[in-house]
Design a binder for this molecule. Structure first.
Ligand SMILES: [Zn+2]
Length: 414
């Protein structure tokens, strides 16, 4: 078996995995795969078979993460962990998350065919939930593995009122025992995530891969704006309290704060309107806000300013507002030791070492609480991501495999 074969395998698996989707046509409609759904279960069954065929032992943990282990003969050996998330955003791409699972399994497949004995175990994890779309439960899977499970998220409900706890139970997990998902940090060498760049730099500079230096800090809020329901022909329209008008104001305030500052990224990505009737003034509107910045202090200051402007605007509109911080994560720096090794692996293939900061959050962010982390970015066409048009090439998959092979072998020879 050659790295070229491992490249074809990765590509084939990515195509197969894309069919585990709520959409009928992943090529045009993209991939929709949320946590603890039938699509998630199908994806785990496929990934399990890839892992078994690659000589790995396979288990599922209580947070819905799937873990394959390429076991070292020495029972006291430590573990190098690879992985990324299996879930997608609605109508997302085929590669965001999935690449960081399939590519390291293909690398293990290659090692296994060559009967390579490593002085450590290699684990590949398909994290259950990173995007958090269904339950607004960002990074749920990797938090559990990192020993920081967010128990409160288990009570979060999806749009049908099903809790995350119920949904995980239905797929055979025991979320009440979520603590058992945690790795012992003393047994872990590090965590390596391969991920598409989600930005245009590599494509613009015609490079295949980059070493990630750090990951953005971020915070996510859900805001409920409440007014009063009236029929449109109600006599007291002068005092109408339209919650959706309030939501529009929030979106506009966030946009005006973030649009001229390239360090700040802010988005209102989700909106639910009640009662959502064609001739009824909206009584209650729920929206999410996500704010990201590489500088934690600046993000916190921006957040204060944002909420002070929002509160003032809601007061002027005579609307009430309730906000809940769903998630906050400080910016993290990748391990210089592991990242230097990744850079050396890139150099050994006579490729330039490009270093990039990640503006998007990743599983590696939470895994940094458990162990040293490193990330390898892979070029995606025009930087388009979270979209059916997300696109990568087999040539770049091959480069990533070659780099990770060298990275593992260098680590093994130390
Ligand atoms: Zn991702």
């Amino acid at each position: 078996m050659t790295i070229a074969n491992a490249t074809s395998l990765t590509w084939h698996w990515l195509e197969e995995l894309a069919n585990c989707s709520e959409t009928q046509e992943p090529n045009s409609e993209g991939v929709t795969r949320f946590c603890a759904t039938p699509e998630h279960r199908r994806a785990l069954s496929m990934l399990s078979s890839y892992m078994y065929d690659s000589g790995m032992d396979v288990r599922k943990d209580n947070a819905g993460n799937l873990i394959g282990r390429y076991t070292c003969a020495n029972p006291k050996a430590k573990t190098l962990i690879f992985g990324s998330h299996q879930d997608t955003v609605p109508n997302g791409g085929k590669y965001d998350g999935a690449l960081g699972i399939t590519l390291p399994i293909a690398l293990v497949h290659y090692f296994n065919r060559h009967r390579l004995d490593l002085p450590f175990n290699i684990d590949v994890i398909a994290f259950s939930d990173e995007e958090g779309t269904r339950f607004q439960s960002t990074l749920f899977g990797s938090k559990a593995v990192a020993g920081r499970p967010n128990i409160a998220l288990l009570d979060h409900t999806d749009s049908n009122g099903i809790t995350l706890q119920q949904a995980l139970g239905e797929m055979g997990c025991k979320p009440e025992d979520i603590e058992k998902c945690a790795y012992n940090p003393e047994t872990v060498i590090g965590f390596v995530e391969t991920h598409i760049e989600q930005g245009p730099v590599l494509d613009n500079e015609d490079l295949s891969v980059a070493v990630v230096t750090g990951i953005t800090g971020l915070e996510r809020h859900v805001i409920t704006i409440s007014g009063e329901t009236h029929k449109l022909n109600s006599p007291n329209l002068d005092s109408k309290q339209d919650a959706l008008v309030g939501a529009a104001q929030v979106i506009s305030i966030l946009n005006s704060i973030c649009k001229h500052d390239f360090e700040l990224k802010g988005v209102v990505g989700k909106i639910s309107n009640f009662p959502n009737g064609v001739n009824v003034i909206p009584q209650r509107t729920e929206i999410t806000i996500e704010l990201r910045c590489s500088d934690d202090e600046k993000r916190q200051q921006t957040s204060q300013r944002l909420f002070s402007e929002i509160n003032q605007a809601m007061e002027e509109l005579n609307l009430s507002i309730h906000s809940e911080l769903l998630y906050e994560q400080k910016a993290v720096t990748c391990s210089p030791q592991l990242s230097d090794k990744m850079a050396a692996a890139i150099e050994s293939h006579d490729l330039p070492v490009r270093k990039l900061f990640s503006d998007a959050g990743h599983d590696a962010l939470t895994m940094s609480h458990l162990t040293d982390i490193a990330m390898l970015f892979v070029r995606c066409k025009d930087g388009i991501t979270h979209h059916p048009k997300e696109s990568i090439t087999t040539a770049d998959i091959r480069v990533a495999l070659e780099v990770l092979e060298r990275f593992v072998l260098n680590l093994a020879s130390e």
